[in-house]
Design a binder for this molecule. Structure first.
Ligand SMILES: [Mn+2]
Length: 349
């Protein structure tokens, strides 16, 4: 992680990104729809870094930051008014930094607007995308979180990482690794986490904020979803769904279904989990998790979505019933193929 051992592409990227930032006055930070701890943590750390460089910074997300992640906004050091939502009133800017997303589709209408914009852009991400945006980008699909990608950038450019920045980056990494449980947790992840703790991030406080902070209604929603869990005959796949009625009855909204899927992955033997959320009577959001095989990033891509091998999603136009039958058919075909590949042994696909 020192300059001498940094890959050439990274050095070049850092130099070009630093030049773009140096030339800019008003910088706009953006992330994906339903921003979570990695998006908001990355935005917050970057906002703090940039305002430390004397830049005017504003943040604009396609959808609202959930209450549970709002503590990260306060770490940015920029006023809450500089954080806005949606594509209708985008603050003035002469540079756009895109965080934790690298395809326009996952940025809603804001993505449509920014894609048309001729303003220079920089992107930091760790997601695989079939249609990555064509901009100056640092996309490290081996990184546990965008927070880890930013850490490398800050280190490479000699930027100071103060305690609020360290706390924001720590939240990014802790969240995206599921508290260092997911398979994207590697030696480098823990080394970075250690460096962030040394810079003042609190593990206890961050873990409590992210993982011990559920509202009663979210627990009720989780209970309802878990009471409907179904597994395939071999117990390799588990799935459930959340209807609009379930959201209404528990007083929750679609984002409150985040995290249900992680509970399905705790079932012994389950390698793949699917959660269906009814958004409209004709629109269903589907999320996937996998232990790596089958690759749910590819699975989601084949259905028109995207993501990483272990976490992905797609929005399906159709009724909940239709979405369930289309997706489960695809999933069982995928599991069968995966089973065959394993029987033949790895490497001779
Ligand atoms: Mn992320």
């Amino acid at each position: 992680m020192h300059n001498a051992s940094m890959p050439k592409g990274l050095i070049e990227f850092c130099e070009r990104a630093r030049e773009r930032i140096a030339a800019a006055q008003q910088i706009l930070l953006v992330s994906h729809i339903f921003p979570e701890a990695d998006s908001v943590g990355s935005e917050s750390a970057m906002a703090r870094h940039l305002s430390g460089l004397g830049k005017a910074v504003c943040v604009c997300n396609p959808t609202e930051v959930q209450e549970i992640y709002q503590f990260l906004i306060d770490l940015s050091g920029i006023p809450r008014e500089a954080w806005c939502v949606g594509h209708q009133q985008i603050p003035e800017h002469d540079l756009i930094i895109i965080l934790d997303v690298s395809n326009w589709d996952y940025m809603g209408r804001l993505g449509d607007v920014l894609q048309q914009s001729s303003v220079l852009k920089i992107c930091f991400d760790h997601h695989h995308s079939a249609t990555p945006i064509d901009e100056l980008a640092l996309i490290d699909t081996d990184a546990s979180a965008t927070g880890a990608v930013l850490y490398r950038y800050f280190l490479a450019t000699g930027a100071k990482i103060d305690t609020p920045m360290a706390s924001a980056l720590y939240a990014s990494i802790l969240f995206d690794t599921g508290g260092f449980r997911f398979r994207n947790t590697r030696d480098e992840t823990l080394l970075i986490a250690c460096e962030l703790i040394r810079r003042g991030a609190s593990h206890t406080e961050t873990a409590a904020r992210l993982f011990e902070n559920e509202s009663f209604s979210r627990v009720e929603l989780l209970t309802a979803a878990l009471s409907r869990v179904v597994s395939d005959p071999k117990g390799r796949m588990a799935w459930t769904y959340v209807t609009r009625d379930m959201f209404a009855r528990t007083g929750t909204t679609t984002v409150d279904a985040d995290g249900i899927i992680d509970n399905l992955m705790t079932i012994r033997g389950v390698e793949l989990a699917v959660v269906f959320r009814e958004i409209l009577s004709t629109e269903v959001k589907v999320t996937f998790r996998s232990k790596g095989e089958p690759d749910v990033g590819l699975l989601a891509e084949r259905l028109g979505g995207g993501g990483r091998p272990t976490a992905s999603g797609v929005t399906i136009q159709g009724s909940l019933k239709e979405a369930i039958s289309t997706v489960l058919a695809r999933v069982s075909a995928e599991l069968e193929l995966d089973g065959e590949r394993r029987r033949k042994g790895r490497g001779d696909e």
